[in-house]
Ligand binder design. Structure first.
Ligand code: ATP
Length: 640
């Protein structure tokens, strides 16, 4: 399909629709609420005061706030949340913006990019959660830059992205992998290395797409290239950073430390740069500048006099020049750390955050590419002449709130669009998976991957019995479908959110959790997932007291994860055979492919069987003796 550059403008319009949808959702939530109600809902935090201040990297000012009465916050703030700070009583229209850098039950530390306005240090404050506009602005600016690629190789790249020119490949070269790879992985790495524009790695669940990307990184570095590793989510970037570090590559994780996993903190740019001599010096200069600014503030507030005013002005001028010097030194330190890195790992949204604004790479790797919207994924193409995208279009797409934007294409990832524009020749599918017992793999393989998946011998026969104490005896084949048909376990709707839950199913799942724990299964090897938020909530309330290590979440949130045993509550049960968003087969595909040894699915065949996919699933469990009816299953009320 051919397109002209106005395509990027249309993407920009979809982004705007999405931002409006996000704002509308926040406003709807807060509509008509008093300040007190906003506080109860966790949208505002009242009666705070500043209790500590220090200087962080980049001259960021870190201010710790607590409630005046030092009580616990009524709601939780999370690291990385964006907030606006207002004085409690005043007409200030322009709040100070900050990012939450640390949050506990009673204290919250905010990171301000520059010295915050004086009211932050003086008197009572209110803090509001605000929607994140920064990412939106950055992505929009990125689209404008892609559109403007107009000369030589850059123009060709743009034409490839628009589907007007075909991507090119160099001839394949032999390489010696750093770890044994299966034939498809080996081929995917060779072709990624030969790609001159882009290449797609299609990785069904557990087939090692991140492993392939890490191998590409190792090979490219050994050829002297400098790499960018990126993804939409922090978790995916962290995973890729881990794999690169395991290969002995000098990798730097760029990102707000509040958003990076604790195990990678020592590899974050912020921490590594702390050791750099230029940074040590800049820290001293920052301290000096801030103490001068503090002196100036005191001079101004201690009463009006010509002398005080002159003192304050002189100190402020001096502080500003010291701040400039400190910032320049710090930039030098940052550049030197970044230059030494062979691999820079960062989320797509943070690529445009400033520190990396002038960095270019020989190659960019984009993991979980099918979960990034197209405008976000395009940012990777601005930083490197070629990009390797890894993902799975058969799993969940990027989350898009605006139905209109989704309808017009924002829910289609760049990975999928490049595949449909350029055809199967630009992609390699990995076929051997290292997660599921063959019986768990078979059905999704048949339905979603043309029956082409293979289970690696090391996992093909793994069962729950292998990880339970020898004396445990339980009915736990690799797959079990528990049919609630005729039990009258009707779904119900939560009033506020419209989300669905099902008490009868929840009872069965909770009983199964107890049974598995009693048999000796490690709680952290067990997860409960369900498509519906309300059911996840209901289940979490009952499962958490059994063990805080059992994860209970929505299917969407569990994408990319795995456990020995997974319990799935499908929730839908109604006389109209309505399946709602269970009909998005990518969602159920994710649900069915998370378990290594035991997949337990509860659902109502009378409701489900109206859909051919679910009818086939239930049939497959009957053929494999993996079908049980709730009528012959122990009544949860009898469970210990
Ligand atoms: N060739 C291989 N031989 C043995 N184990 C492998 C091989 N390739 C991948 N694995 C293992 O398979 C597991 C999954 O790999 P990886 O995390 O790369 O998968 P993924 O496809 O990115 O996963 P997901 O589907 O969860 O996103 C890892 O434990 C990895 O070590």
């Amino acid at each position: 399909m051919s397109r002209d550059v106005s395509f990027f403008d249309s993407l920009g319009r979809l982004l705007t629709l999405e931002r409006e949808a996000e704002r509308a959702r926040m406003e709807a939530l807060a509509e008509g609420m008093s300040l007190q109600q906003r506080a109860e809902q966790g949208l505002s935090f009242l009666d705070l005061e500043s209790i500590e201040e220090e200087v962080g990297l980049g001259g960021r000012v870190l201010v710790t706030l607590a409630r005046k009465d030092r009580a616990r916050f009524p709601a939780r703030l999370d690291n990385g949340d964006q907030v606006a700070v207002f004085p409690r009583r005043s007409e200030v229209k322009e709040p100070a913006r900050a990012l939450v850098s640390r949050a506990t039950a009673t204290r919250v530390q905010l990171a301000f990019d520059r010295e915050p306005p004086p009211f932050v240090h003086e008197g009572l404050l209110r803090l509001d959660r605000v929607p994140n506009d920064v990412t939106y602005e950055r992505v929009r600016a990125g689209l404008t830059r892609v559109k403007a690629l107009d000369k030589g190789a850059a123009r060709r790249k743009r034409e490839v992205l628009l589907g007007n020119e075909h991507p090119r490949f160099d001839s394949l070269r032999e390489f010696t992998p750093t770890r044994p790879l299966n034939p498809e992985q080996q081929d995917a790495v060779s072709r990624a290395l030969a790609a001159e524009d882009f290449f797609l790695v299609h990785g069904p669940p557990g087939t090692g797409k991140s492993t392939v990307l890490a191998e590409v990184a190792a090979q490219a570095v050994s050829r002297g290239q400098r790499l960018l590793c990126t993804a939409a989510s922090n978790a995916a970037v962290d995973h890729l950073t881990d794999l690169c570090l395991d290969k002995g590559l000098r990798a730097i994780r760029v990102g707000h430390p509040a958003r990076v996993t604790p195990r990678l903190q020592e590899h974050t740019l912020d921490l590594v740069v702390e050791e750099h001599p230029d940074r040590v010096l800049s820290r001293e200069l920052f301290d000096e500048a801030f103490s001068l600014l503090g002196y100036a503030r005191r001079q101004r507030t201690q009463g009006r006099s010509r002398e005080r005013f002159a003192n304050a002005r002189a100190s402020t001028t001096e502080a500003k020049s010291i701040l400039d010097e400190a910032r320049a030194l710090e930039r030098k330190a940052l550049r030197s750390v970044l230059e030494r890195a062979q691999v820079v790992c960062v989320t797509l949204a943070s690529l445009e955050s400033g520190v990396l604004s002038h960095e270019e790479f020989d190659l960019a790797l984009l993991d979980e590419a099918t979960q990034a919207t197209e405008p976000l994924a395009l940012l990777g193409f601005l930083r490197a002449p070629k990009v390797i995208l890894a993902g799975d279009p058969q799993q969940l797409p990027p989350t898009v709130l605006s139905q209109e934007a989704a309808k017009q294409g924002l829910a289609v990832s760049l990975f999928e669009r490049l595949l449909s524009d350029h055809g199967e020749g630009v992609k390699r599918m990995l076929r051997e998976q290292y997660r599921m017992n063959t019986a768990i793999m078979s059905f999704p393989s048949q339905q979603m991957y043309g029956g082409e998946l293979r289970a690696h011998p090391s996992v093909a026969d793994r069962t729950l019995a292998d990880v339970l104490p020898p004396e445990a005896s339980m009915d736990a084949p690799p797959v079990l479908f528990l049919d609630t048909a005729g039990k009258g376990f009707d779904e119900e709707q939560e009033k506020d959110t419209g989300s669905l839950f099902n008490r009868g199913e929840a009872d069965l799942v909770v009983a199964r959790v107890k049974e598995l724990l009693a048999a000796g299964l490690e709680p952290r090897e067990l997860a409960v997932i369900t498509p519906y938020r309300a059911q996840a909530h209901a289940l979490r309330e009952r499962v958490e007291p059994l063990s805080p290590d059992i994860e209970v979440d929505t299917v969407d949130a569990f994408q990319g994860r795995e456990k020995d045993a997974i319990l799935v509550s499908l929730t839908r049960s109604n006389s109209e055979a309505q399946l709602g968003f269970l009909t998005d087969l990518r969602r159920i595909n994710v649900a069915l492919t998370r378990a290594r040894r035991h997949l337990f699915v509860v659902g109502d065949s009378a409701t489900l069987s109206g859909h051919p996919f679910y009818a086939r699933f239930i049939e497959s469990t009957q053929e494999a003796s993996s079908y049980r009816s709730a009528w012959e299953w122990p009544d949860p009320a009898d469970a210990p």
